[in-house]
Design a protein around this ligand. Structure first.
Ligand SMILES: NC(=O)c1ccc[n+]([C@@H]2O[C@H](COP(=O)([O-])OP(=O)(O)OC[C@H]3O[C@@H](n4cnc5c(N)ncnc54)[C@H](O)[C@@H]3O)[C@@H](O)[C@H]2O)c1
Ligand SMILES: [Zn+2]
Length: 668
């Protein structure tokens, strides 16, 4: 390559990577897959190695992460939080091992001790403990300065607020990866899509987006977790090695991935990688490779760091779960709330063990940006999520016969009007009698997590609709045996079962009924909060936006959706008929399902492990209630030092008294 061309390509790649860094680190909305990013990165790195004089001084290959966002208070890291160098092949790993031995002046056949760890696909954070108390938590940011997300991290249950050791080190800085497990990630994305919001591309971006919220109540709603994997600065304790560190900290209260292994020699590292590859699909969280670290800290110090990554560690990435296939057709699909999304029907193809025949195109903007057409040869990827996505069109495979799909001007199912709500990427059918919406909302209503009407699945719902037996969910409760007998392949027994299942659903929990109604932006969790706060459908129906937003975790968007829903005459009529038809939800105290449901706590005295506010939040997050004064109804009094009259009263009334430590034990 000519010098001039190389310079141009280097500038191009640097700018391109810069742009992707912003999308990924600052907005949590990447446009390309990690594999595609890694390829650009590798190309730039190789060019810079060949033409070192052309490398830009602030090249993305020399920097970590992205700029911390202004909306957060900056936190300067005591020691830089670096990135990791990548390996993509077994040869890359062997090279890494050789480099280490050369650097340390060891013989070629020396066996280095390594610690191998799953590489969690999440967000790196740093947690600071001063005299055993969690004081500050931050993101990595650009490696030098991160973002203060202490309050948000306090909502992550797996993070200890205080170390479980009688003699904590004076200072302990621990680093780890905050992640969102796959199941809630998927559910969360479904809810976003139904609400017309763009889904997150992968669990990493969802975790980062959840953690970097200004309102910690939003973070508290997302079941984030953490695995800790490295010490930062430590004063008052000495760790000899990475393995020793990982074996010590669980007893102090830190979660450590139980798949970490200390091994000897590079051959064992290869075996570990193979093992993790084989287990990858079964894990409840996404890993995108393994991280290999030289075990003894003395050797790590000797090896030191480069500008972007330590010399003593490397990330051996898994190959992306991709395959090439053909889009047979792009079909607009109407969801329960009328959102119309493009779905690619594919020539079935195996993607790392799973046969894929559908892929989401997410929304119309995405489809147009990638320019996906019927007949296109495409790359599909399963990225942590079970819904595969089309990540790239192989345009050089085009024959000219490919057909793009226009954004539908009318609903493909009912021919009704289609609108684009300003500020939303979603396209919606607003036809009130849309059969697709009715079908989807019936399916949702009867589904296992909603009213759980066993047996009433897609097949029977289709028949109910085609026979004109139901116009809305209330009609389900007016169905008679002879109605079911009109179905194809229906017998007495099956009809009875269906009738019994419908009958049984009449007394489901209130939260299920609220969820089953399919109010926009009201998922299962919000439904539980609403059931607990309002106690009956009537109360919820009459609630003002103000009353709704006063419920913890209910924001203005959700409140507005609820008010809109109940403003609609048709919706109110359906709810009334549900009641008339005998649907009488149970209002159970256990609606929130937390371990403190129905329990009342009073906190008194000087608390050291948490503030009163935090204590209140912890109790509420588990479904309990924190009260200001002690009465016969109090279940527990948590007393710090110098507790006075409240403690006295608790003793008189025989209320159980806990220390802060005992309370933390209960929380576990
Ligand atoms: N798609 C995009 O547009 C885009 C943009 C920027 C970056 N990226 C992705 O991000 C990568 C670069 O990000 P990065 O700097 O965070 O590097 P990285 O993710 O490749 O590796 C470093 C990070 O790994 C994490 N990690 C997980 N488990 C770990 C463990 N057990 N021990 C140590 N660290 C562990 C830590 O967060 C650490 O900061 C790229 O390779 C690319 O895949 C993608
Ligand atoms: Zn329609």
């Amino acid at each position: 390559m000519e010098n001039q061309d190389a310079a141009r390509r280097i500038a191009e790649l640097s700018a391109e990577l810069e742009r992707h860094n912003r999308l990924y680190y600052e907005q949590d909305q990447p446009e390309i897959t990690d594999a595609a990013y890694d390829q650009l990165f590798k190309e730039l790195k190789e060019l810079e190695e060949t033409y070192p004089e052309l490398a830009l001084p602030d090249s993305p290959t020399r920097r970590v992460g992205g700029r911390p966002l202004d909306k957060f208070v900056p936190v300067a890291h005591r020691t830089p939080m670096l990135s990791l160098e990548n390996a993509f092949t077994a040869d890359d790993m062997t090279d890494f091992d050789d480099r280490i031995k050369r650097f340390l002046g060891l013989a070629g056949d020396a066996q280095i001790d390594y610690t191998c760890e799953p590489k969690m696909d999440g967000v790196a954070v740093e947690l600071i403990y001063e005299n055993g108390l969690f004081t500050v938590g931050s993101t990595r940011g650009d490696g030098i300065v991160g973002e203060d997300v202490t309050e948000n991290l306090k909502t992550v249950k797996a993070i200890p607020l205080r170390l479980r050791t009688p003699q904590p080190p004076e200072l302990l800085v621990v680093r780890g990866e905050v992640y969102l497990p796959l199941a809630p990630f998927q559910k969360f994305n479904e809810e976003r899509q139904e609400a017309g919001e763009p889904p997150f591309a992968n669990p990493r971006n969802a975790a980062a987006g959840s953690l970097r919220q200004l309102d910690s109540r939003i973070t508290a709603k997302r079941p984030l977790s953490i695995f800790c994997y490295a010490p930062g600065e430590v004063i008052g304790y000495e760790f000899g090695s990475q393995g020793a560190f990982l074996r010590t900290i669980p007893a102090w209260g830190f979660p450590v991935n139980d798949l970490v292994r200390s091994v000897s020699g590079i051959a064992a590292v290869h075996a570990y990688y193979e093992d993790m590859m084989a287990r990858r699909e079964e894990l409840p969280y996404e890993i995108d490779g393994v991280v290999v670290k030289v075990d003894p800290f003395s050797l790590q110090r000797e090896l030191g760091e480069k500008s972007r990554s330590p010399r003593w560690a490397i990330a051996w990435k898994f190959p992306p779960r991709q395959a090439i296939t053909v889009v047979e057709q792009i079909v607009p699909q109407v969801g329960r709330t009328g959102v119309i999304t493009p779905v690619a029907h594919l020539k079935p193809v195996e993607v790392s063990g799973v046969i894929v025949s559908r892929a989401t195109l997410h929304n119309w903007e995405e489809m147009q940006r990638k320019d996906v057409r019927s007949g296109d040869t495409v790359v599909v990827e399963r990225a942590g999520d079970v819904i595969p996505a089309v990540v790239q069109v192989l345009t050089d495979q085009r024959t000219g016969a490919e057909v793009p799909l226009e954004i539908p001007a009318t609903c493909p199912e009912c021919g009704g009007e289609v609108v684009r709500i300003p500020g939303e990427v979603a396209v919606r059918c607003i036809g009130l009698a849309c059969p697709a919406q009715l079908r989807e909302s019936l399916k949702h209503f009867a589904s296992r997590r909603a009213m759980d009407i066993e047996g009433l699945g897609e097949k029977f719902i289709e028949q109910l609709l085609s026979l004109g037996l139901v116009q809305n969910v209330a009609d389900i409760y007016e169905l008679k045996r002879e109605d079911f007998m009109k179905f194809e392949r229906m017998g007495d027994k099956l009809a009875d079962n269906l009738l019994n299942a419908i009958e049984a659903s009449k007394t489901r929990d209130l939260s299920r009924l609220i969820y089953a109604l399919g109010i926009r932006n009201v998922g299962e969790h919000t439904a539980k909060l609403l059931a607990r706060a309002f106690g009956s459908m009537e109360h919820l129906e009459q609630a003002s936006e103000e009353e709704l937003t006063s419920v913890r975790e209910v924001g203005p968007l959700v409140a507005a959706s609820i008010v809109d829903f109940f403003k609609n005459d048709d919706n109110r009529a359906v709810i009334k008929r549900l009641q008339q038809n005998g649907v009488a939800p149970t209002v159970e105290e256990k609606t929130l399902g937390g371990k403190f449901t129905g329990k009342t706590f009073v906190f008194t005295g000087a608390l050291t492990r948490f503030t009163r506010d935090e204590a209140k939040r912890m109790v509420e997050a588990e479904g309990g209630h924190a009260a200001g004064s002690v009465s016969k109804k109090t279940d527990y009094v948590v007393a710090g030092a110098e507790a006075g009259s409240k403690l006295e009263k608790a003793r008189q009334l025989g209320v159980k008294v806990l220390t802060e430590d005992e309370f933390m034990e209960l929380m576990k």
